[in-house]
Design a protein around this ligand. Structure first.
Ligand code: ASP
Length: 230
């Protein structure tokens, strides 16, 4: 089911690129399909806080001008990544949290849903469960623009107000068209400690090979960050 969900995400992103859309359009479309898919920890299907609520984080970045948009602790919406995208497109500021993010969403016409619509029975039953993780996408379009996006419900059983790496540009998400794009998943605090997304781009610039850069980044995550992820 997870592989199928990833295939659908790739297909959605690819379709946008084929239509002539940008890498930013592609990563938003890919992440939206996974936010809709209850098997992933993003949008509907997000993990629950200790209060049994859903609080979601997301970020998106385009690698030509380094513009980005991010939101944290948002509720009542199916597509936090679309709110992050609209902030990237329209705003002088790039990162909104909590009530301020919800006010911005209202102003930008982002559709809202009931909080209950985001909570699956599986998550309610298994506060401790680990199912599909945080979702992310990286795309390169025909004009050479690289974009990256990440969306998550966070860590299972997190206290309300806790924010991980996913909405933090440089920690959970980074894109630079001259080098590459990164979207992280795993122990958010470890990615924050190591500022790993931007650091991985730095390693990629030197190493040249994405797989090698990822391997070094994962070693840093374990050794310096004292956490796990991908
Ligand atoms: N990195 C996310 C966070 O810490 C969780 C995850 O990737 O599963 O919020």
């Amino acid at each position: 089911e997870l592989r199928q969900g990833i295939r659908e995400a790739v297909a959605a992103g690819w379709a946008r690129l084929q239509e002539g859309g940008s890498a930013v359009d592609a990563v938003e479309a890919a992440v939206c399909t996974m936010e809709d898919n209850p098997r992933f920890n993003a949008g509907r299907g997000s993990v629950l806080t200790t209060d049994g609520t859903v609080e979601m984080d997301a970020s998106i970045m385009e690698g030509d001008t380094l513009r980005n948009g991010a939101v944290a602790c948002v509720t009542n919406m199916q597509h936090p990544i679309t709110l992050a995208r609209r902030i990237l497109d329209t705003d002088r500021h790039s990162f909104y949290v909590g009530e301020g993010a919800m006010t911005r969403a209202r102003a930008l016409g982002i559709p809202f849903c009931d909080a209950e619509d985001l909570i699956t029975d599986e998550q309610r039953k298994r506060l401790e469960s680990v199912i599909g993780g945080t979702v992310g996408a990286v795309a390169l379009d025909r004009r050479g623009l690289i974009a990256a996006a990440t969306s998550t419900g966070g860590m299972t059983g997190k206290p309300p107000g806790r924010v991980g790496d996913s909405p933090l540009i440089g920690c959970g998400t980074y894109a630079e068209s001259t080098s590459g794009g990164v979207s992280c998943t795993g122990d958010g605090e470890a990615f924050i400690r190591t500022v790993l997304a931007r650091r991985t781009i730095g390693i990629l610039k030197v190493a040249g090979d994405p797989m090698h850069a990822c391997q070094i980044a994962m070693d840093i995550l374990v050794e310096e960050g004292r956490g796990g992820g991908g």
